[in-house]
Structure formats: C-alpha cells, structure tokens
Write a protein that binds this ligand. Structure first.
Ligand SMILES: Cc1cc2nc3c(=O)[nH]c(=O)nc-3n(C[C@H](O)[C@H](O)[C@H](O)COP(=O)(O)OP(=O)(O)OC[C@H]3O[C@@H](n4cnc5c(N)ncnc54)[C@H](O)[C@@H]3O)c2cc1C
Length: 292
C-alpha cells in the first residue's frame, strides 16, 4: 500500500464512478491513486445493483418453480430459505469484488483503503499520509436518506442497505417510493411471499425512469424541465403534509389535489439517498474546479 505521494490523478471514492475513472485514467497512461474507506465497488457492487439483481434472480427462480407445471416441468415450491438466498447473493458479490480488485492491481492503480479527507484542492489525507494530484476527483457517492421526522431504526423502518441483508421474508412491507429500487424490492418480496404495498406520490410507478428514457431519447426539452419543476413542487407539498401528520397536526393536512389519489400512508421502508458528506465544506461550484 502506498504511503502518500504525488499522482497524476487522486480519486476519492472507489465506487462505480471512482473505479471507472481510475481504470480509464490508467488506460491513458496516468498514475492513479484510488482512495476507498470501505470496499472498492461501492454501493453498486456491495449494496446496490449487484445484490439486488441476485435477489431478483432468486425471486425469478421462485416464480418459475411455482409456475413450472405450465412449462411441463414437475417441481414443487416449498418455500424460501433466506440464509441460502443471502449466501448466493454474497457469493456473486464476492466473486465480482475479487475480480475488480485484481483488475485494479493489474492496471497498476494504487488502491488505498482508508477514510480520505480533501485537505486542499489538490490533496487528500488518509490518516497522516497525504496524496497530492494534478487532479483530484471526488466520487464519494451517496448514502440512504429518510424523510424528515422518520428515523431509520434498522429494524422496522429500514433502508435498502438493511433490506438487502434481511435474513427473513417480511410478512408484509410498505415500500416508500415506487422508483426503480422500490419496485425491485417490491417484486422480490412479493415473489418471496410477502404482502407488499408501494407508496408513490407520482401519478405512476417508475415515473422518473420514464422521464429519463424520454430525456435520453429526445434530449431534455422545456416540457420535461417544467414537468420536473412541477414534480419537485408536488414533492415539497407531500413532505409538508407528511411532517404535519407525523406531528399529529391535522390542521395542515390538505389532502391530495382533486382527482388525485391520497398517497400519504405510514411508511415502513424509507427510500432515496443523499450525497455522502464531503470532507471539506466546499460548495458545488468550487468542487467542479477540483474534480473532473
Ligand atoms: C439498492 C440499490 C440498487 C441499485 N441498482 C442499480 C442498478 O440496477 N443500476 C444502476 O445503474 N444503478 C443502480 N443503483 C445506483 C448505483 O448503485 C449508484 O448509482 C452508483 O453506485 C453510484 O456510484 P458512485 O461511484 O457515484 O457512488 P458509490 O457507489 O456510492 O461509491 C462511493 C464510494 O466512496 C466511498 N467514500 C465515501 N466517502 C469516502 C471518504 N471520505 N474516503 C474514502 N472513501 C469514501 C464509499 O465508501 C463508496 O465506496 C442502485 C442503488 C441502490 C442503493
């Protein structure tokens, strides 16, 4: 492990953003330091895309087994062995994690495991070691967030992090947020036999994914920007009502607009993420000058 030094590029955060940047920079012949406080691969590999896809695959197997007679296959669905599902999931993650570590090493990228602090526009400290770079890339990602007044207790009110590690199938679950992640969890738990309700404030599930597809396909249009602003206003209203209800203040409860369903329900699982804290209280515009 390197103990400080100068690099062409110092990258803080070894998630998909950070390691992809490291691999590309190395390919271009740059000397790269990749600083990660946990495990390279970040959210996607350890708490996101990969473990959810492993769960979805197990869920698909459960569904196929239930419906096997339709395909002329005789099989009986007996139930879900959650510890075994988790062991399968962990096996997939471990294999990819090992592969990623050896790819980084083979490209001569110095991976430093430690909590990095941006100490100046071109330096990152890990403990007493200082890594300076012609460029510093901030790729510290995000962490799950809750709604104001709703505390994630890791037991009954959980984020996707705990949901992925749950060693039992919940009898019932309310999923707050009908975006991609919420719908994936709903699908998995339903296939595993849970009674699932999704709470979504947008007019339809996967609302933002549909808009994103539209943006990619047709470019960002004024119409889409207006729709995004309207959705943000709706969400602010939803939050005001939600907080009022949590405080037991029915006076502020306005209910849904005419003709819209009432989506304010008691959530059991909170959804979404917020940026992981940056080590310096710098503003976004300043960061653009240091990162790439
Ligand atoms: C449940 C779930 C399912 C998802 N499924 C999909 C999917 O199917 N497809 C898809 O495209 N996306 C999916 N995502 C989103 C995807 O995981 C993220 O978009 C992606 O991980 C973002 O990458 P990143 O590098 O920006 O951040 P992260 O992956 O969060 O990586 C940031 C890294 O920085 C490290 N770090 C933070 N602070 C410091 C510090 N001070 N010092 C050192 N290291 C630090 C963290 O430990 C972390 O490893 C999913 C997310 C979740 C939560």
């Amino acid at each position: 492990m390197a103990e400080g030094g100068h690099y062409d590029i110092v990258i803080l955060g070894g998630g998909s953003g950070g390691y992809a940047c490291a691999l590309r920079a190395a390919e271009l012949g740059k000397r790269v330091a990749l600083i990660e406080k946990d495990k390279v691969g970040g959210t996607c590999l350890h708490r996101g895309c990969i473990p959810t896809k492993a769960l979805l695959h197990a869920a698909e197997v459960a569904d196929s087994t239930r419906e096997s007679a339709k395909f002329g296959v005789r099989a009986a669905f007996e139930g879900i062995d959650m510890p075994q599902v988790l062991s399968y999931q962990q096996g997939v993650v471990e294999r990819l994690w090992k592969g990623l570590q050896s790819t980084l090493a083979s490209r001569k990228i110095d991976t430093i495991i430690g909590d990095g602090r941006l100490t100046s526009p071109n330096s990152v400290a890990v403990g007493d070691d200082v890594y300076t770079g012609d460029y510093v890339v901030l790729a510290t990602g995000s962490v799950p967030r809750s709604l104001p007044g709703l505390t994630l207790d890791g037991q009954r009110v959980i984020s996707s992090d705990e949901g992925l590690a749950l060693d039992r199938v919940p009898a019932s679950a309310i999923i707050l947020g009908g975006g991609v992640i919420g719908v994936e969890f709903a699908s998995v738990w339903r296939s595993f036999g849970a009674d699932v309700t999704i709470v979504e404030m947008a007019p339809q599930l996967l609302e933002w994914s549909h808009r994103m597809v539209a943006m990619y396909q047709f470019g960002v249009t004024r119409e889409v920007e207006d729709a995004a602003a309207a959705a943000a206003r709706d969400f602010a209203q939803f939050l005001r009502e939600y907080i009022a209800r949590r405080r037991g203040d029915p006076g502020e409860r306005q209910g849904p607009p005419p003709g819209r369903p009432d989506r304010l329900r008691e959530p059991v699982r909170a959804e979404g993420s917020r940026p992981a804290g940056h080590p310096l209280p710098v503003r976004q515009r300043q960061l653009a000058g240091v990162g790439a």
